[in-house]
Design a protein around this ligand. Sequence first.
Ligand code: NDP
Length: 477
Amino acid sequence: MVQKNLIDGEWIAGSEAFRNINPSDTNDVVGEYARASAEDARAAIAAAKAAFPAWSRSGILERHAILRKTADEILARKDELGKLLSREEGKTLAEGIGETVRAGQIFDFFAGECLRLAGEVLPSARPNIGVEITREPIGVVGIITPWNFPIAIPAWKIAPALCYGNTVVFKPAELVPGSSWAIVDILHRAGLPKGVLNLVMGKGSVVGQAMLDSPDIHAITFTGSTGTGKRVALASVEHNRKYQLEMGGKNPFVVLDDADLAVAVEAAVNSAFFSTGQRCTASSRLIVTEGIHDRFVGAMGERMKGLVIDDALKAGTQIGPVVDESQLNQDTDYIAIGRQEGAKLAFGGELLKRDTPGFYLQPALFTEATNAMRISREEIFGPVASVIRVKDYDEALTVANDTPFGLSSGIATTSLKHATHFKRNADAGMVMVNLPTAGVDFHVPFGGRKGSSHGSREQGRYAAEFYTTVKTAYTLA
Ligand code: NDP
């Protein structure tokens, strides 16, 4: 059965369909999904526009109830939805279930936020006049999501958009339509009025582009590559619309001489290789001071030997396959580039065979890398990390900040002085001390600086900044 798109409250088949393939076993077809056309996208935008006046004035209890019901169903079905996610994306079952729980928590959080909408009342600078500051919804929000977090990223964009009274046109990555379809189905059954949330699965170059080109989308929130992010920005400037971009990272993880070696290795392995290195918060630059360098590299090699890389759904798997062939080619191309540049491939990097045909890659660790190499400057988005040797903390901080990106930055140290200094001076939106660069909470802001992000923060109460517009009203008493 082909899973359809949701446009104006109706499930629409369209003329084309595409297959969702399991990267752990390319013989396994997860499902078939309707491929929306540009015309479908325009119909979805028109439906969202028509639904906006009523939804933006809907009561907070109605919105609360729908988001709450959605949270409850996602959490009740976490095992099934987590399995679907792991099957379509390739992260391990534990990671898939964990991400699903996070999506449930996000809907729960924004269900609560509906009940806490507030403004400010101030005296005017002039006598006998009152001033009220309120937040209002923006209108039709376009949501474009990547493949690496198939349920959490849609959740952290859809939940606040609806909470604050916006209507939505949602385009998930074509590689992973299953999880997105499932949450749209849940929200639809939870009682969303027709047209409030529209799903258009399909190609970015067709459906996504139709969204960028529409004058009726008032805001676009995007997560994905820097190249597509730029297109979103240019089109948004053209249409004078609000936009928010979460793009790549080249996140540093600093290891100082005084670090607890076990803590440093565990955090580095998690940062670099878990979720197959396919997290925008993953670390691919391990910046290590010379006094601990050799011990750190030795311990990393030992730890990496023990990693279990296999089918995402198998018990005991710690790292699943790469998401698809083109991403696998990108990873192996960068491994070749690193060697050509003169870095030493100290561990891993070879393709692996497993019981089923899939995109299996042994995580790779380079040593003798410099921060000027392409493997240290460009986002690889796979399980490939480089060790960069530095003299001391000062050099480590300089190298950590010497990147066009600025999403997450980590340090392993037992020194309060260095931890405090790093927190203040790391040029990144998120800083981790003795923790992996990836792995964040659902109720606090998420986002970066420089080439990693544009616009206001996502998640937590800071999400209101993007999904609302502020009104200042003056009344003569
Ligand atoms: P893209 O930026 O191409 O994809 C992200 C989303 O944008 C997808 O839904 C995609 O649709 C859509 N899209 C593509 N082209 C357009 C367009 N012209 N107009 C509007 N929307 C469009 O990233 P990829 O998935 O191709 O991944 C490529 C690289 O991006 C990765 O190797 C990685 O380096 C980086 N990346 C970074 C992420 C992050 O979280 N920072 C997440 C994912 C990728 P569709 O895929 O259906 O064509």
